[in-house]
Write a protein that binds this ligand. Sequence first.
Ligand SMILES: Cc1cc2nc3c(=O)[nH]c(=O)nc-3n(C[C@H](O)[C@H](O)[C@H](O)COP(=O)(O)OP(=O)(O)OC[C@H]3O[C@@H](n4cnc5c(N)ncnc54)[C@H](O)[C@@H]3O)c2cc1C
Length: 278
Amino acid sequence: MKAAAFAYHRAATVEEALALLKEHGGRAKLMAGGQSLGPMLNLRLARPPVVVDISAIQDLRQVREEGDTLSIGAGITHAEIEDGRHAPLRGTAMQRVAGGIAYRAVRNRGTVGGSLAHADPAADWVLAMTALGAEIEIAGSTGKRRVAIEDFMQGAYTTVVGDTELITGIRVPRGGHAARWGYYKFCRKPGEFADASCAAWFDPATRTARIAIGALDGAPRLLSTLAAEVAAKGAAAATASAIAAAVEDAMPDKDGPHRKLHTAAVTRCLAQVLGDRA
Ligand SMILES: Cc1cc2nc3c(=O)[nH]c(=O)nc-3n(C[C@H](O)[C@H](O)[C@H](O)COP(=O)(O)OP(=O)(O)OC[C@H]3O[C@@H](n4cnc5c(N)ncnc54)[C@H](O)[C@@H]3O)c2cc1C
């Protein structure tokens, strides 16, 4: 099947992209790497009259260190992060996450901003950014706003980004990067979306921790009570019963096998974080 006909525009700046979105009254669709939009166009699940290609916008392709925050342009690809092409992201948790997304061909084109905007519940960046406590920068015709990741994804494939807005960047606090980091996902085979996933970090110096689970029906969930226990007591808090209780709390409507898979993901993720040193 082929995509229905659409007009194609290649925007050179954020302002140009926003103007095109406004001109077409929200009926235009942004295209970043095209790795999710492309299949949707071809299957005619999306039939926008206009596609605005934002892959050439240089402002979306910057990575900066701003004090304790890493500012990552929405147009940075998974492969660039995997390959350590941007010095501030080298050796970070993000580099490890990037290398585990899909296949190399997808990683070459797919972007962090596109992945977050697409908001697939089983995707890697929504989970990793939830664990890292990121903020999403969104631009519209009236200016920019920042949204905490916990408030960003409203459900499966639904975010707070309006039809005439675009994601310009992601702001990631360094806290999670400096700490011990864990990431575990169950996939049927490498490169597939996750069936259950967990991202977590623990900083023994500041006694802070965050634990998030993904591949749920909607947005990832933070296991805040378990994280507080891990922050206070380290490995002693990560007992089988505490993990099982935290997962049950986060997904009470799911059946046993689902919860078991997520419990195993959390257990294996925390084993990476805590090892025998906590
Ligand atoms: C075979 C295959 C396997 C995959 N496996 C995984 C996986 O294991 N884990 C994973 O996380 N992902 C996976 N993906 C998805 C991949 O990561 C995509 O790159 C990602 O979902 C979309 O990024 P993109 O830049 O290609 O966005 P596009 O496909 O260009 O756009 C996706 C959506 O986001 C919107 N959009 C894009 N950029 C912006 C922006 N800056 N602001 C606002 N809206 C925007 C578009 O309008 C569109 O609605 C897989 C994809 C494929 C094809």
